[in-house]
Design a protein around this ligand. Structure first.
Ligand SMILES: Cc1cc2nc3c(=O)[nH]c(=O)nc-3n(C[C@H](O)[C@H](O)[C@H](O)COP(=O)(O)OP(=O)(O)OC[C@H]3O[C@@H](n4cnc5c(N)ncnc54)[C@H](O)[C@@H]3O)c2cc1C
Length: 619
């Protein structure tokens, strides 16, 4: 017995040692905002510097944009990142309808708002910085990388500001916008109800017209992010609801603004509105972000104001949702980035096995080809997804800032085409990379204190909310592929081919087979597009059966092209030449999945239909 106890004692000591080592290399290392990589991608992949040079953003110069992004990186690294682990461990709490955020959140939120970060893209007349979405994309990635649980609150606020700027009448803008832009108040997005998730036509929350021109809301919303909290004095809820005489389906949905506290004519806070948080959810990740059940109208109806026109609420809400979709895509990039940072640090310190010739001690695991594979895959996927998100942000910017109506229309269509790819490809990448990061840590990755497990848990929601990735894929195939009679997609494919041709023309040996493999990926995308275009008219089930594979194929081809642009720019920058190796890896090791995906898409729905009998079996 004594011997057994002794052995157990030694084992336990070993585990403690492993934990100390993991803490020294893993959790002790918090996120560092990747400012240089983000700036490189904006400049060389998305064409941000060129757009500034062409005067697309008025007085804005590159140095100012870089300084803003640098400051955001500093705030993310130094102020927000230290909240991440405590936010996960302590989580948001709810007692009697009062929601308390984890320790430190209130103070950092106040400093974040005071620094003006709530209004990066907001118009200067409401107190905003009026900066391009490309800059906001950089900031949003870094807020989410530092703490996704924290960053969700600002993300919703940004969406509310965008929706009110476009659809809020003068009175609503005057009362609410400057307070949202200053971060004094926060915003929420209330779509989901128990019976209305992906299908918003089932929304039941009721809006009654009141004699004074306002409305009264009654109903229940679920899963409302930051629906209640203690970070700000007031919460501005944007709520989808249905008028009594509304037509059925999505054509009968209106958008309303319902504040937590009613606002008096002088702008000060009045009585509490008839809306309350009934409870918050216990969930897999993002523990710091309260996910609330919101009850409207317990005491006769929550006072609400119409945003936009009656029965046209979905169009207004889409302004908010599109901004949020890019923001959620950037969450995937952000979690992937921090998972990579942590895994690389661990892999350099952890020693196991011998990587090279016999002799010597154990090698750092980073030297094993399989671990290298995981780490480079992580880096390549993150940079590819970041590039796609930056292209999308630039397209959103050029939709208002391009120099001709034609160019603005083309940019707007491009933004529409790329948004589902930015959202779904990037969040799938976030999951894959977080999972690889955990794998690099071996058993310690599965142990919470390393921190890799938190990233894996936090990441998982991003593929679900803001329209599941399945719904994004359907949107890409059914609505975006046919945009402008297919011309938008054709332009995108032509732009991809031009980059592939530039790689081929460079004659740079370090690119290896990049041009050939990326060329095949773009061919595969084109073939699959042609197939789906035909199936949409004749056999919709076959088109939908291939939608998720198509979105992945799109992401691989476009992501490879983004890395190729970064590699081409590196040809003249000795310090950046590692980017050439990265695109070669992506092209030869990851983009090679593209032709297989095209074949899978072209097999249509028949292989699925052949499995109907399996699904009909008793579980
Ligand atoms: C942590 C968290 C935070 C959230 N924050 C908010 C928020 O702030 N505001 C808000 O309004 N909502 C929020 N949501 C809700 C979220 O947006 C929904 O959960 C999501 O849209 C999916 O809806 P659902 O859960 O009802 O799933 P369902 O719609 O039931 O979908 C279940 C599955 O079926 C698939 N599916 C559904 N319809 C189709 C179809 N037509 N074709 C093919 N596949 C289909 C889906 O892709 C999914 O895989 C949040 C959810 C969570 C968990």
């Amino acid at each position: 017995m004594a011997r057994l106890c002794g052995a157990y004692g030694r084992d336990k000591l070993f585990v403690v040692k492993r934990r100390v080592q993991a803490a020294a290399t893993g959790n002790a290392m918090t996120y560092r905002a990747p400012v240089a990589d983000i700036l490189y991608s904006l400049k060389h992949v998305a064409g941000f510097a060129a757009a500034i040079d062409q005067g697309r953003f008025g007085e804005l110069d590159l140095a100012t944009a870089e300084a803003v992004i640098g400051e955001a990186g500093k705030f993310a690294t130094e102020a927000i990142a230290p909240l991440d682990a405590v936010g996960d461990r302590d989580g948001a709490r709810c007692a009697n309808g009062v929601v308390t955020t984890p320790p430190g959140f209130r103070d950092v939120y106040r400093r974040w708002a005071e620094a003006g970060w709530a209004g990066v893209t907001a118009k200067p007349e409401y107190g905003g910085m009026g900066l391009p979405h490309a800059v906001a994309a950089a900031c949003n990635e870094m807020w989410s990388g530092a703490s996704m649980g924290f960053a969700l609150c600002p993300l919703l606020g940004e969406g509310a500001i965008g929706a009110l700027e476009v659809y809020g009448g003068e009175a609503l803008r005057a009362t609410y916008l400057s307070r949202l832009v200053s971060g004094e108040w926060t915003g929420t997005m209330n779509l989901t109800e128990p019976q209305a998730g992906s299908d918003l036509s089932a929304v039941k929350t009721r809006a009654e017209r009141a004699a004074d021109g306002t409305y009264r809301l009654t109903g229940q919303k679920i899963f409302i992010t930051y629906g209640e909290h203690d970070l700000a004095d007031n919460i501005v809820h944007l709520v989808l609801a249905r008028l009594p005489d509304a037509p059925p389906g999505t054509r009968g949905i209106s958008l309303f603004l319902a504040p937590k506290f009613l606002v008096k004519p002088d702008g000060s806070l009045g009585p509490r509105n008839d809306v309350r948080c009934a409870s918050i959810e216990h969930k897999l990740g993002i523990h710091a972000s309260p996910t609330c059940v919101m009850v409207y109208g317990d005491a006769g109806g929550a006072t609400a104001y119409l945003v936009g026109e009656e029965n046209r609420g979905l169009a207004a809400m889409f302004v908010m949702m599109n901004a949020a979709r890019l923001g959620v895509g950037l969450q995937g990039v952000a979690i992937g980035e921090k998972a990579y940072q942590k895994a690389l640090t661990y892999a350099r310190a952890r020693r196991q096995g011998r990587a090279g010739a016999a002799g010597g001690g154990m090698s750092p695991i980073v030297e094993h080809p399989d671990v290298k594979r995981m780490l480079v895959t992580m880096k390549a996927l993150v940079q590819a997804a970041r590039g796609i998100c930056h292209l999308t942000a630039m397209a959103i910017d050029l939709a208002t800032h391009a120099d001709s109506a034609e160019a603005r229309a083309a940019a707007s269509e491009r933004a529409a085409l790329l948004t589902p790819v930015a959202k779904a490809f990037s969040t799938d990448v976030g999951d894959e990379v977080a999972s690889l990061g955990l794998q690099v840590h071996g058993g310690m990755g599965y142990i919470e204190e390393t921190g890799a497990a938190q990233y894996f848990r936090d990441s998982r929601i991003a593929a679900i909310y803001e329209g599941t990735n399945g719904v994004q894929a359907i949107d890409l195939v059914q609505r975006k592929l046919p945009l402008a009679g297919g011309a938008t997609l054709k332009r995108e494919i032509a732009a991809m081919r031009a980059v592939v041709a530039a790689v081929a023309a460079s004659g740079e040996a370090e690119f290896g087979a990049t041009a050939a493999r990326l060329g095949e990926a773009v061919d595969a995308l084109e073939q699959a597009s042609v197939y789906l275009g035909g199936a949409l008219g004749a056999d919709v089930a076959s088109a939908l059966a291939g939608a998720t594979s198509y979105l992945r194929l799109f992401g691989l081809a476009l992501g490879g092209v983004c890395l190729a642009k970064a590699g081409l720019a590196a040809l003249s920058q000795p310090a950046e030449r590692g980017r050439i190796g990265l695109v070669r890896f992506f092209a030869e090791k990851l983009a090679t999945a593209a032709p297989g995906l095209a074949r899978s898409i072209q097999s249509g729905a028949a292989p699925l239909d052949g499995c109907d009998a399996i699904l009909a079996e008793n579980a």
